[in-house]
Design a protein around this ligand. Structure first.
Ligand code: R2B
Ligand code: URA
Length: 303
């Protein structure tokens, strides 16, 4: 097998292509996307994925599969089989839209994004947008509100994604695309969904990292928790989840637009436990999908 098409040394890319910045990839004869079970040598990426314009992602594999199936019904586009050959992530395609799950938290999501970004780069996909459709804990919003993120904060209230690399902390900008956020918000309004704009706090875990009082361990008191939630509110934060800063940083580095739409499962001003009955949970998890489905159908009509 011959060497694959070269990655530009300076990473420059004004063609709208999904961007990777790693000169070492040029030295590789093949590239195995281990967590999808796909390799350049055994999969025709341009043929399968060259037309992708939107990547819709969310944590749970069954929810992403359900979204892909529903979107196929909503749009009339045929649904692919699961294109992932590993049990780590699922991947479905409906026309120009790819549906991939990312698991819980930035570490899991970053594996998926690394491999998905390389896959789309090798496929020569252009002008791609990534939309994370998820669940979250709301800050001063009614349960069921769909929060369209207009910024992301790490646990130090910085608009940055922090990573440990080479024994050091590396901080990267974590911005989302404001125009895409606005368009998605407008789709929510036109679908009569309860939508809100706001910043999203990205926590490193579900319990202490989100100042819950119901984890296995807790070394702060109820007043400290209340102060934290009040501080979030003062900083314009409308919800807490576990991927936002990583997602914003990766999409920016890959030269793709990024947006995050999460339904609030509860209002953290009123408690910590998620106690929704099944029917309400299904109703809530469909809300961000309905918004994105309406937005995507509008885009498809213009393609
Ligand atoms: C929201 O929900 C998950 C935790 O329950 C996590 O992936 C997130 O961001
Ligand atoms: N996901 C989170 O990360 N936090 C919540 O409170 C709910 C869902």
């Amino acid at each position: 097998m011959t060497k694959q098409q070269e990655v530009p040394k300076d990473g420059s890319n004004d063609s709208g292509e999904v961007q990777v910045k790693n000169p070492h990839l040029n030295e590789q004869i093949d590239d195995v996307l281990y967590h999808f079970g796909l390799a350049r040598s055994d999969t025709n990426f341009p043929e399968l994925f060259g037309d992708v314009k939107y990547v819709c992602t969310g944590g749970s594999p069954t929810r992403i599969k359900m979204y892909a199936e529903l979107f196929s019904q909503d749009s009339g586009l045929p649904l692919s089989q699961n294109l992932s050959r590993s049990d780590r992530f699922v991947m479905f395609k409906t026309g120009a839209i790819l549906w991939v799950n990312h698991g819980m938290g930035v570490p899991s999501m970053s594996i998926m994004l690394n491999e998905c970004i390389k896959l789309l780069h090798y496929a020569h996909a252009r002008d791609v947008s990534f939309i994370r459709i998820g669940t979250s804990g709301g800050i001063d919003v009614l349960p069921g509100t769909v929060v369209v993120s207009n910024g992301t904060l790490n646990g130090l209230f910085e608009e940055a994604h922090t990573q440990y690399i080479n024994g050091k902390i590396v901080k990267r900008e974590a911005k989302l695309n404001p125009e895409l956020a606005k368009e998605l918000y407008n789709s929510g309004v036109s679908e009569n969904l309860p939508v809100a704009h706001g910043k999203t706090l990205c926590a490193d875990d579900f319990y202490e990292g989100q100042m819950r009082l119901d984890g296995a361990f807790c070394e702060y008191d109820v007043n400290e928790k209340a102060d934290f939630i009040a501080r979030l509110k003062d900083n314009g934060v409308r919800n807490i989840e576990m991927e936002a800063t990583g997602f914003a940083s990766f999409t920016t580095r890959a030269n793709v637009k990024g947006a995050i739409i999460c339904v609030a499962l509860l209002n953290r001003l009123n408690g910590d436990q998620v106690t929704l009955d099944k029917a309400t949970y299904i109703d809530y998890e469909l809300r961000p999908f309905k918004l994105v489905s309406s937005f995507l159908r509008g885009k498809i009509a213009q393609m």
